[in-house]
Write a protein that binds this ligand. Sequence first.
Ligand code: ZN
Length: 529
Amino acid sequence: MRSWTCLLTAAALLLIALPAQSVDLVSDREPVATIVVPDEALPVESFAADELAHHVEVSSGAELPIVAEAEAPAEGHLVLIGATLAAAEAGLSADDLPVNGYLIRADGARMFVLGDDSDGQPGWVQHNNRTRVGTLFGVYHLLDHELGARWLWPGPLGEVVPERDSIAFEEIDLTGKPAFIHARWRDGGGTVAGADGWADPANRSRWISEQGRWLRRHRFALGVNMDMAHAFTTWWEKYGENYPEYFNLLPDGTRRSDPTYHGGADRLIAMNVSEPAFHRQIVENWLETRTEDDPFIDASENDTPGKCTCERCLSWDVPDPDLEVPWDERLQHAREAFEAGERDWVKHLGSLSDRYARFFLAVQAEARKHDPDAVVTGYAYSNYRFPPLETTLNDHIYIGIVPGGWMFGDPGAVGEMLQQWDGWAATGARMMLRPNYMLDGHNMPVYAADRIGEHVRHCAHHGMIATDFDSLTGQYATQGPNLYMLARLTARPDLRVEQVLAEFYAAFEPSEDAVRAYFAHWDEICDAV
Ligand SMILES: [Zn+2]
């Protein structure tokens, strides 16, 4: 792909006239520096060195050698990647960096790039890849901010690297980290990464490998474990007999799984979320099972609406202004509907968001008796998806928001999504965005890049610490701007939506206008359908 020049003015640290104290990588298209990796390099350190060498070559044609530290030349310009002995001797360590964080320092003729790394595969399917890749993100910081590299889609055709005769860095001394502690765009599983439909398994292999690399280039990484799941699916089996008070009191006075809901399956039972003994049991289990890699208390309700009609749970609710029956008659209406076998009897209870917010607080209060830094996670979902009306949370409660609505052909959806987001963010909780809207569109030419950008960017600037997008369908030809928007804002939420689109279209120069017109056409069609 053609390189472009209009976005390069910001690359202030790259100088054509080289002062004495710069680290020179390339001079007049000739390699000047050597890339050095530790003698026992982690896969991520080697991957990072390869990525740096690759982009320098695409930009300038110069091939920088990559050598192990024991083979490093005694003199000359060096780029030291990862936890080298030289970095340790220079007093540089990744120990105090945040997860997936990095530091970059130019020191005389040496430049160090190192980060918070772990052993493990950095590439391939990213869905559950928990390798820490700080050094790699340090290299991507340089490629993005200094070399102006852009990655429109996976593979060499999607790489846009401005051409240069010389590449040098001076006076660089920074630390950085990814914008989010957890960024996932689901790229695993049969739907998006299955073996069906490939003419040759080698093509699929190459595809997955390039797509995993593309996600890394956009700083997708699971820095901490934000996996939330319906947390009490096995509790009835385990505790139903001895601790019935952990479970919902249905309108007929029984504690059991709701027979009107999917046949009363045990795993779908709702919990008695105001019950102190239940809170204590959650915390007791967490103390036994928590690990450094999985430190949070997951208090996500089972895959069911909240249903407990005990007096205390009802007293935790806040009158729902949208409820169609009078607030003080809601239990009676719920009971009649339940007894008539109506599956949606629970609608008469109204929004239970304050009840669930208080539940998260109660679990947190119990956990704080053991650990003042305890973090509780939970979904905003089902009949507790709307923001609570009165309850205030705090920054040690992480809420996973699943927006309703779709992006394509539904221009009103974003407003509702933002209301839901802002309401929960206003409680003081920290927030994870877990949308389903990137699943939409199949392989059709559909366009909603500006709306996707508006939504993601708003969340990023209003409390979002983590993402989990379902899913990366990979239709880069027909949906390129949508996919680039989400990827680019994951790496750089500081960019405006128009800037991201400008980057995308500028890469097609001299056909920029034609490509813009092509996607504008589908934008119009999508809104009309
Ligand atoms: Zn209850």
